[in-house]
Write a protein that binds this ligand. Sequence first.
Ligand code: IPM
Ligand code: MN
Length: 392
Amino acid sequence: MVFEHAQKCRAFPTYKKMKTYKIAKMPGDGIGPEIVREGVKVIEAVSDKDNFKIDWVEYDNGAEKYLKEKVLMPEETLKEIKQTCRAIYLGALGDPRCKPGVLEKGILLKTRFYFDQFVNLRPIKLLDGVWCPLKDKGPEDINFTVVRENTEDFYVGIGNRAEKGKTKQELEVARSLYNVKFGLDIDSDSDEIGYQIGVMSKEGARRVIKYGFELAKKEKADTAYFVDKANVLSDIYNFWRENIESVGKGYNGIKPEYMFVDAITMWFVKNPEWFKVVTTPNMFGDIITDLGAMIQGGLGLAPGGNINPDGISMFEPIHGSAPKYKGMNRANPLATIWAGAMMLDEIGQPKAAESVVKAIEGVLKEGKVKTKDLGGSNTCSDMGDAVVKKLG
Ligand code: IPM
Ligand code: MN
């Protein structure tokens, strides 16, 4: 419908200059297609209102394609997106018919790394009208952003197994920012070992630390929080701290505060109001943002953006593909719709982004339309419709 309207409008000279953005849409697996459908619905509605246009290019990478064609995320596809699209709108990846990690690493992480989306931005914001599991905490207490490093740490994907005896293994991290090779001579008398190497580079650490400080500055925070486990994984995370110290010298008036990952989970629950910006290495960021999602009302309400400030960013809910709800039209699409708003902001439509978040908040505050996770019985598409209606 919206499409028809946009087509017709082309006939009028006043619409000639309508700004158009080409966006790669990747619904993915499980509930992915349903939630992305609602996200697209909302983005179409707001773009119609605000006079810009999205050209969606659909990519069907995911479990189905992999099982049929053995194709995950080919270099040519990524190249094509790089040459033609402004951003990527992703549903979710993961399917019980595939071994854990195949789709996640072969599609999701491959895309994050290819586009060097080094920041995973995850707002933890309790919207008005949402039930919070923390007693006596409200929207004024839970309103911060997690800046998760998104290309390094224990996510670089190098590790292996070795059987008893002597083995030689070559491992490599190949990035646009740097290349690292490890040549390992293993000599073990254990029956078998498995190991995984975490890597942090000076360049990789400093750019995300800077992003964290910049965001803290923008938010007028006097403290910038940083996560690690330097008391045990000391080599990698003392290196992290040293870089924070030196980058932090450029930010007068913002004090870096270090928190161990175990401790910060406790403070998220006890004193979430302390935080404005929390910057974290990749793996700890993954873990603490699921907790963050819960204190903001659940996984159905937690959006994320994989950001390359100078390149192509990708927006997705932080939850997974929930295969058991696939095709049931019952998942909550708000996280995906909100991720869509983050995308609008990033491509240069901040007003539209704000309207979408306001509309989400409006629907939640009113409390008439609620999906199962929010204690109601409305469908995924009811929720999308409600947000469109609130946009006015
Ligand atoms: C997330 C997810 C991914 C991650 C998985 C699916 C690879 O859990 O986006 O939080 O660990 O980054
Ligand atoms: Mn996760």
